[in-house]
Design a protein around this ligand. Structure first.
Ligand code: DCP
Ligand code: CA
Ligand code: CA
Length: 431
């Protein structure tokens, strides 16, 4: 089994890793089951067994594990001592004092003065999840495992167990494995569909194992409807106006009414609430190690403005590619090939993990500054760029909590570009 190093230090500001505090994922990797995820061949949920695994107080538990001084204490992760920040999560000791995710650290300290606030360290948490995904391969084949978020995953046990008795045994074994492997606790939900497995996890936390079968699914019915995938604040409010507050009420609601109000999603919400989720394990694309793009010009160039334009174009292409795979890069490489087939090339560490056009362009310009320059007698024929040390992009949601810097809505811009073409919009990055 390939183990990923998930150890084990608290980064201090100013060291190489301080810029990684922002690398935290809060959004699921996949959105809620859509009509395309439903498997209409499955008419019955008999003999379907899914486990959902979710680490308890994840970042806080990891930091407590790695620092004896934090054990048994109220700890929050996400803000630096004496600095502004948001509580990303809190240890159960801190939760007992009222500290909650999303609170400012200042506010959290006010209600819990003994709170210890520590920075988060994304790659460490990512490695732990990768180890769990690897360990799950001892229980089910790889294509039966789905990472859902930084601390959650699913495993489809349907091929390896015959009934809930056997599935519960496997779920317990997985729990033990998590503890042995990482010395962490996770809560597990086991059910005959993914939605109920995910909801079951919430029934008993921390360190819980909850089983929801067709016979006892009413355990889920008293949960608020907004606990279901896809039901955010706005939909929740609209549901309330229809008199739907709980999952049970949603399950019993009139299908046509839901369709009228929410379209096809209304039908899906109702199906999910009734335990009629037939979605399967969603497989993530294999993680890329690097991305490269080379462009040979039909007309060689030498003027600085043309070169910068070309560098910018390739940089934008690479960034778009990174974003399409939800990745950020830690290193970048730039190369120029001259007419006489000689090369100039150099690699730099980026100031932080990024897929931001501006950062990549700035780094490329810096590299280019070190190169001998093309001239009229020796023009440049090919430009190449590569990015390495790729990690999941976790900044979309949280970076702006930590940085004053303006995050451009690149993902939205990419969508526009893929719909209307490259030239529909450009970000001004100073050329
Ligand atoms: N997280 C974040 N910002 C949020 C919510 C969560 O950065 N708004 C991070 C910190 C969490 C991790 O994601 O540790 C997992 O989120 P969960 O919602 O699963 O919360 P926890 O694992 O912290 O607690 P629980 O025991 O309730 O699952
Ligand atoms: Ca969790
Ligand atoms: Ca979670």
């Amino acid at each position: 089994m390939q183990l990923h190093s998930s150890s084990y230090f608290i980064p201090r500001e100013g060291n190489d890793f301080s810029n990684l505090f922002k690398r935290v994922r809060i959004m699921p990797l996949y959105s809620f089951p859509h009509i395309k995820d439903m498997n209409f061949k499955i008419l019955s949920h008999d003999k379907r067994f899914f486990v959902h695994i979710d680490f308890d107080a994840f970042f806080a538990q990891v930091e407590q594990r790695d620092n004896l001084k934090l054990r048994g204490k109220p700890v929050s992760v996400g803000g630096m001592e004496g600095k502004k920040g948001i509580v990303m999560t809190a240890s159960y000791e801190a939760r007992a004092m009222g500290v909650d995710t999303g609170m400012s650290v200042v506010e959290a300290k006010r209600i819990c003065p003994e709170l210890i606030s520590v920075p988060c360290y994304g790659p460490k948490y990512e490695a732990i999840m990768l180890n769990l995904l690897e360990a799950l391969k001892d229980f089910v084949p790889e294509d039966c495992i789905e990472q859902y978020s930084i601390d959650e995953c699913f495993a489809d046990l349907s091929g390896v167990v015959k009934n809930f008795y056997e599935a519960t045994k496997v779920a317990n074994d997985i729990k033990r494995k998590v503890r042995d492997l990482e010395n962490l606790t996770a809560s597990i939900g086991l059910s005959y569909n993914k939605t109920f497995a995910k909801l079951a996890t919430k029934l008993q936390k921390p360190d819980g194992l909850s089983v929801v079968t067709q016979e006892n699914k009413d355990k889920i019915y008293s949960m608020p409807a907004n606990k279901l995938w896809g039901i955010g604040r706005r939909i929740e409010i609209r549901m309330c106006t229809l008199g739907i507050k709980t999952i049970g009420e949603l399950a019993a609601a009139n299908e046509r009414l839901l369709k009228k109000e929410f379209g096809i999603n209304g039908i899906i919400f109702r199906k999910l609430a009734r335990g009629e989720d037939t979605s399967e394990i969603v497989l993530k694309e294999k993680k890329e190690k690097s991305l490269n793009h080379y462009h040979t010009l039909s007309e060689p160039i030498y003027k600085s403005e043309d070169v910068l334009k070309e560098i910018r174009r390739i940089g934008e292409y690479i960034c778009r590619k990174l974003r399409s795979k939800d990745l950020t890069a830690g290193y970048m490489h730039l190369s120029v090939r001259f007419e006489n087939l000689t090369y100039a090339s150099h690699i730099v560490k980026l100031p932080f993990f990024t897929n931001d056009d501006r950062e990549i362009f700035n780094a490329a310009v810096k590299i280019y500054g070190k190169f001998r320059k093309p001239c009229e007698e020796m023009k440049a024929r090919q430009f190449g760029m590569g990015v390495y040390d790729l990690h999941l992009d976790t900044r979309e949601c949280n970076l702006n909590l930590f940085e004053k810097k303006i995050i451009l809505p690149y993902y939205a811009l990419d969508k526009l570009k893929s719909k209307y073409g490259e030239s529909i919009i450009r970000v001004g990055i100073g050329t």
